[in-house]
Ligand binder design. Structure first.
Ligand SMILES: *[C@@H]1O[C@H](CO)[C@@H](O)[C@H](O)[C@H]1NC(C)=O
Length: 260
C-alpha cells in the first residue's frame, strides 16, 4: 500500500503544537499518517504467526503509545524494549530524561535518544549511523540480527512510505524517520548462531498502535529516498528502514554494578 499524508491532517496536528510556526503545516512530523492503522500494517498476513525452525523472541508486550505532543513512539518503544529486561519506565520519564532536539518538547529522536538512555542508566548499544559508510542497510541488518539473536529488544526508527523527509526540518541523518517501534525478535530457517542475514529471515516488531506483532522479511525492509524534501518509497509496504542510514538502539541490560 502506498501512502500520502493529507495536508488537512498536518494542519490538525500542527495546531496541537503550541509553538508551531506559521508554515508548520508543511513540515513533516513524527506522527502516524492519517488512515494508517495497525490493521493496514498487518495486511498480507504480516501479523500471522509463522512457523519457522529457529527463533528468539524477547519477553515483551505490544500495546498503544500516547498520541499527544507529537506522539510518544520513541518513549513507548524505549519502555517496551526495557520492559523485556525487567524494568518499567513511564513514557513521560523517557522524555524527562533528555533535552529537546527539534521535535515536540523532548520528543525522542536520533539526536536525543542517547542522552535519554544514558540518563535512564541503560546498558545499550546504538547502531553507529553517524560513522558507518553509507548505504548502511547491510551493516544495519547484521547489527540488528546480532542483537535479536541474543534476546535484546531494539528501538528502531522507520520511514513511512510517502512521507517527506527529513522531518521537523532537521539535517540528515537526523529526522530521517517518522516512527519508532520496539523490535522484539527474529525467526529464521537457519540456526541462530549463523550470523549471516538471510533474505527470508523474519524480523518481529510491534507497531505502537495495537496488540499485534508484525513479521517482516529482512530482504523487504529497506526503502528508497531520493534526497532532502523527497518522499520515502517503501515499495509494497507502509514503512521501511531508512536508506542510506539505519537507526536502532538495543537494550542489553542496566548500568548497574549487579547483574539482574
Ligand atoms: C551452530 O551450532 C551448531 C550446533 O551446536 C554447530 O553444529 C554449527 O557448526 C554452528 N554454526 C556456526 C556457524 O557456528
Amino acid at each position: 500500500m502506498r501512502y500520502t499524508v493529507p495536508a488537512s491532517f498536518l494542519l490538525a496536528s500542527a495546531s496541537i503544537a503550541a509553538d508551531a510556526s506559521p508554515n508548520a503545516a508543511e513540515v513533516s512530523q513524527m506522527v502516524w499518517p492519517e488512515g494508517l492503522t495497525e490493521e493496514s500494517m498487518c495486511q498480507g498476513g504480516l501479523c500471522e504467526n509463522q512457523d519457522m525452525p529457529y527463533e528468539r523472541i524477547a519477553a515483551s508486550q505490544p500495546g498503544y503509545q500516547w498520541n499527544d505532543a507529537g506522539g510518544y513512539c520513541g518513549s513507548w518503544a524505549t519502555q517496551r524494549a526495557v520492559l523485556s529486561k525487567g524494568a518499567w519506565i513511564s513514557q513521560q520519564q523517557v522524555r524527562d530524561a533528555t533535552s529537546p532536539c527539534g521535535g515536540n518538547d523532548n520528543e525522542i529522536l536520533s539526536c536525543n535518544i542517547d542522552e535519554a538512555w544514558t540518563n535512564l542508566k541503560l546498558d545499550y548499544d546504538g547502531f553507529d549511523f553517524e560513522s558507518q559508510p553509507i548505504p548502511q542497510t547491510d551493516a544495519y541488518l547484521s547489527w540488528l540480527k546480532g542483537h535479536l539473536v541474543k534476546g535484546d529488544a531494539v528501538a528502531w526508527m522507520i520511514l513511512w512510505s510517502g512521507q517527506t523527509y527529513p522531518i521537523y526540518d532537521l539535517t540528515p541523518p537526523a529526522g530521517m524517520y517518522g516512527h519508532v517501534e520496539p523490535v522484539i525478535g527474529i525467526q529464521s530457517n537457519h540456526p541462530l548462531n549463523d550470523t549471516k542475514v538471510y533474505d527470508d529471515d523474519v524480523i518481529l516488531h510491534y507497531t505502537d498502535g495495537g496488540v499485534n506483532t508484525v513479521h517482516r522479511q529482512a530482504s523487504t525492509i529497506a526503502g528508497t529516498w531520493e534526497g532532502e524534501g523527497e518522499k520515502a518509497d517503501c515499495g509494497d509496504y507502509d514503512y521501511c528502514i531508512s536508506n542510506p542510514w539505519g537507526f536502532g538502539w538495543a537494550v542489553q541490560g542496566f548500568n548497574d554494578e549487579k547483574d539482574y
